[in-house]
Structure formats: C-alpha cells, structure tokens
Design a protein around this ligand. Structure first.
Ligand code: ATP
Ligand code: MG
Length: 280
C-alpha cells in the first residue's frame, strides 16, 4: 500500500541556499543548492554530519528562515512564513515550563482562537493519538520523563492537523527500546493521517525503518550527496531492519556519510529556534 503522492503536503525545495550573517558582517553559508521533491504523504529522513545545516533546512521549510536563493514550496505555493499546515518538533521539546502538559498541547489552538470546550475535546483526541496518559496532562513539563515530554511536543505539533510534520532528532534522548517504540508509533500515526514527514536523525537504523527515502547531506554548507530509496514494504515492524534491503541501504548511507565527514559542532539552542517551535 502506498500513501504517498495523493494527498496534500507536497514539499518542493528548489535550489535552496541559505547563509547566516555572522557577527562583524561576514556570512556563514549553511545550505548550498538543495533540491528536493517530497510527494504528499511521503517520509524523508535527513542525515548528515553535526553542524551541516539540517536544523536550518527544517527551519527554512517551516517558513522561519528565508532562503538567500531558491525557494521552498508547499503544494506548489511558496512558503513565506510560519504556516499552520506545517508542524515542527525540536530535539529538545521546548515546552512552556509554567504551563501544564495539557495547556502546552492546546497552546496553538488557543493562539488560533479555539473556545475552551473545543480545545478540551481536541486535547483528548490528541492525547489518544500520541498515546499520552490523560492523567499526566495536568503535570508541568519538568515533572515528566523525556519520553512523555516528547509525546507532549508531538501532540502540540499535531494540534492543528498539519499536512507536513518536521521532526528534528525527535527521539535522540530516549533509550534504545523506547526509541524503537516511538519510531513504530510514528509510523502508525502516519498510516492514519498520511502526513508528509521530514525527520532529521543521526541514527541510520531509525532512518531506514521510517523513511521512503534517506537523503544524505554533506558537511556545511549542506548539499545533497545521496538520495537513497528504502525498498521495504509497509506497514513495517522492527523486523524490517533484518531484511537484506535494509542492510544494503544502511551500508550505502554509511558510505556516503564517511565520504563527507564534517567537523563536529555543539548542538545549538538559539533564541530563534525556541521562537520557531512556539510559533509552530
Ligand atoms: N542562529 C544562528 N546564527 C548563526 N549561525 C547559526 C545559527 N544557527 C545555526 N548556526 C550555524 O549554522 C550551521 C548549521 O547549523 P544547524 O543547526 O543547521 O546544523 P545541524 O546539521 O542541525 O547540526 P546538528 O547535527 O549538530 O544538530 C552551524 O555551523 C551552526 O553553528
Ligand atoms: Mg540540528
């Protein structure tokens, strides 16, 4: 069964380039001619060395950064600012610490002017969708485990039923088994909603398990060095990784990554990226 190519949520990146303006006026090129077409309902995993520009690329797709050259399109129209059709989840769920989990999840609905009764209804549906125990929704983020915080962040990103879900290393802080469970839950969620998904990950098995295609990026400025189709049937279970096709794809991804190894950099949390998630 294929869910791709029919629904809305087609993302097209056309010759995208982006540079940050450095202090002192110089420029830091981060994206270099990125060209990518993702059909509606497709799942693409982005892998690449630390600091190559993956998060920046997601922020361009989310309409939070304007490309210096080229364009990003959603369903054929330019993305020119934050858009409720695009949901974003960051590596560390940037939840509002003073709000309960429930009020974090419904925050985008509040901003969109939904009345309280409708928000409560939607909260129940979202909690169910991401398998969040309703009992914990009264807790503040600091009282929740990392996995539960990720469920809350995911529920918040899904609140306005986006066509496109951008996930920036969403499960990297979870233990191996929890992470596998989240990967499979994400796939189940996708089967129900057929949302287009772009997921950044440093885990080759995670990329192979989830994606239709794994796009390998070079060291900064990021260029696409490979676009590898993952030829595994859906629905997938964890056993999919034992398939010889998964092994072959993993080896190819690794080879491209080793070919183009970047300088490791610290993961950055910037004020702009905090605003980003809150805006989404
Ligand atoms: N707001 C900013 N201002 C200036 N430079 C930035 C900003 N955000 C990121 N950078 C720089 O842009 C480059 C790409 O950063 P980005 O966060 O997109 O990389 P990444 O591929 O997501 O890395 P990682 O794998 O570590 O998450 C890095 O050199 C980073 O230091
Ligand atoms: Mg990043």
């Amino acid at each position: 069964m294929s869910l791709t190519g029919h629904g809305p949520g087609a993302v097209r990146l056309r010759d995208l380039s982006f540079a940050f303006v450095a202090r002192g006026g110089g420029s830091l090129p981060v994206l270099d001619g990125v060209d990518l077409a993702i059909p509606g309902g497709g799942i693409v995993a982005l892998v690449g060395p630390n600091g190559c520009g993956k998060s920046t690329l997601l922020r361009v797709i989310a309409g939070l950064l304007e490309p210096a050259r080229g364009e990003a399109l959603l369903d054929g129209a330019p993305i020119d600012g934050p858009d409720p059709r695009i949901g974003l989840v960051f590596q560390e769920p940037r939840l509002l610490p003073w709000r309960s989990a429930a009020d974090n999840i419904t925050y985008p609905l509040e901003l969109a002017g939904w009345p309280a009764a409708r928000r409560r209804e939607r909260l129940a549906a979202l909690s169910d969708r991401v398998d969040l125990d309703p009992a914990v929704t009264t807790s503040r983020p600091a009282e929740l485990s990392g996995g539960t915080r990720q469920r809350v962040a995911l529920a918040r990103a899904l609140a306005l039923e986006p066509e496109v879900l951008l996930l920036d290393e969403p499960f990297s802080a979870l233990d191996a088994l929890t992470r596998e469970r989240f990967d499979l839950e994400l796939l189940r969620l996708w089967h129900r909603a057929a949302t287009t998904i772009v997921i950044v990950t440093h885990s080759i098995p995670e990329a192979v398990l989830i994606a239709d295609r794994v796009v390998v990026l070079s060291a900064r400025p990021a260029r696409i060095v490979a676009d590898i189709a993952i030829d595994l049937a859906r629905p997938r279970t964890i056993e999919a990784l034992d398939d010889p096709a998964a092994g072959r794809a993993s080896r190819r991804i690794r080879a491209f990554l080793e070919d183009d190894d970047g300088e490791p950099t610290e993961h950055r949390t910037t004020a702009a990226s905090v605003r980003t998630e809150l805006a989404s």
